[in-house]
Design a protein around this ligand. Sequence first.
Ligand code: L14
Length: 348
Amino acid sequence: MSEVTGYHVAVLGATGAVGQKMLETLEQKQFPIGKLTLLSSKRSAGTNIKFNDQVYTVEEAKPESFEGVDIALFSAGGSVSKALAHEAVKHGAVVVDNTSAFRMNKDVPLIVPEVNEADIQKHNGIIANPNCSTIQMVAALKPIKDAFGLKRVLVSTYQAVSGAGNQAVEELSDQSQAFLNGEDLEANILPVKGEKKHYPIAFNALPQIDVFQDNGYTFEEMKMINETKKILHDDVLPVAATCVRLPFFTSHAESVYVEVEDENVNVEAIQKALSEAPGIVLEDDPSNQIYPTPLDAAGKSDVFVGRVRKDLDQPKGFHLWVVSDNLLKGAAWNSVQIAESLIKNNWL
Ligand code: L14
């Protein structure tokens, strides 16, 4: 790239829920863009999108689309990433991939910049953006691990529908209206688009996010488990997860139980470590009913933590409540942060 004009950035999946947030984030953080290419599947090609007061027409993504591209942000689903990421790299782009296609590949760094930024250097053209639920959890675990050691993690999630895309967002709003009108609820998307069965999400809770694995866990749960170990560089860390979809649009919340290594850690010490950590905002004052909620976190880049408590029976056990915008820190903002780090550190 030339210093004056900025980088050639491509966004693949530009019309999707995450792609839209990627564009908003690039605008907001004034990413140094010299040229912008918006790409999508054939279905969404032709859509016009405004960026920095200029109108762009979304083009169908093909291998040649990446000629001259410096940084390609991928968010059009795993199969599209599998088909096009290596092609993009061959054409000279560095890919930040927001799907689960390459996350667990040994030669693909899996990055949350506040946690393991240095791992970016080992990239071979593809860098993976972790799962949304993983990102906000490891952001909160990292300062605890650094200060007190980490022995075990148990998490239950309360996840927004927007993670499953714009169609799931529409489904929740249609069903909510129907429910209040006393009409039958039509379910076609959730829990998983394309699965045999669908359940209403409005006024409900669905203990299935992504498809079931042979071990009885869902893929979302296994992503949280495996990605957490990889990002924290601890292959033997015990992690278990239960992932649940709830009827709100934005931000995931998580009830996280951790056991630390050190003896005699108190709540204040955990709160201090969290409040000093980058990207974390501690909102924890029960006497004034201060704690994070999904509505409050929506539209913000940080990870919010509250309800820090000591377990009543396990002296090294602590409970926390972790909330963040799933489309921002959980996806678009984390990807743009990775791109910023590539530039800042000369790791392109
Ligand atoms: O693995 O349905 O990046 O909310 C995260 C959102 C998978 C689907 C991922 C959802 C996706 C998930």
